[in-house]
Write a protein that binds this ligand. Structure first.
Ligand code: CA
Length: 225
């Protein structure tokens, strides 16, 4: 899952980026409101984390209003030093999905992110399931047919992206945009290499393959190829 973080306090931004990357999220950081808004409008993010007080804009919520006006629906979490009720209501009216007042704990941030990324039809905790394969973003564990599978951070992120988009053809370009950040120089054959290693662990030992190559297009994660 790829996250855009717009936060002008470099120390906080870098600490959040490092922490989130350890949780297998890909994170792009921008430190200023105008550039942040331009990047947010280009889309391709699964979630936005937005500081409320940003240079370049009168209010971070301007970015929120702009992306909603542009028809983008990804979840937006607003970080704020203000925690007055009126400010919260403002933010929610402007299309923010959740609020977190500084200072906050990293665990709290992670919990909010997981809740926001949960699809509306996933009511049973945070676990993702396709056939006998289960991935739990909260505990970082993957099991298939009751057996635990060890994955690297990137393999985990890749599998999570596939499992959040089952039965859809995903191009290598889409995969790169959702699993890697913009500092990573990723080529399509890097994706192929990661898919191959993921397949080795998640599919090969089991009778039913889930990760299918759609020649000329990309990949499809499905029980019904
Ligand atoms: Ca700020």
């Amino acid at each position: 899952m790829r996250i855009l973080l717009i936060e002008d306090e470099h120390k906080i931004a870098q600490a959040l980026k490092r922490g989130l990357e350890q949780e297998a999220y890909a994170v792009d950081v921008l430190y200023e409101g105008i550039q942040g808004m331009a990047r947010a409008l280009r889309g391709n993010y699964d979630l936005l984390i937005l500081d409320r007080m940003l240079p370049g804009v009168a209010d971070g919520l301007e970015i929120c209003r702009a992306i909603r006006k542009a028809g983008l629906h990804q979840p937006v979490l607003v970080l704020t030093a203000k925690d007055a009720t009126a400010d919260r209501v403002d933010g929610l009216d402007d299309g923010a999905d959740d609020y977190l007042s500084k200072p906050f704990s990293f665990e709290e941030l992670l919990a909010r992110i997981r809740a926001l990324l949960r699809r509306p039809n996933q009511t049973l905790g945070t676990s993702l399931k396709v056939a006998d394969l289960e991935l739990r973003p909260d505990t970082f564990t993957v099991q298939r047919d009751g057996k635990t599978i060890q994955l690297s951070n990137k393999e985990f992120a890749l599998l999570e992206y596939f499992m959040r988009n089952p039965d859809r053809i995903l191009t290598k370009d889409q995969i790169i945009k959702h699993v890697w950040d913009f500092d990573a120089d990723i080529l399509p054959n890097t994706v192929e290499a990661f898919v191959a290693s993921l397949r080795q662990k998640v599919d090969r030992p089991f009778p039913q393959p889930l990760l299918h190559t759609v020649r000329g297009f990309g990949y499809k994660f499905t029980t019904t190829p």
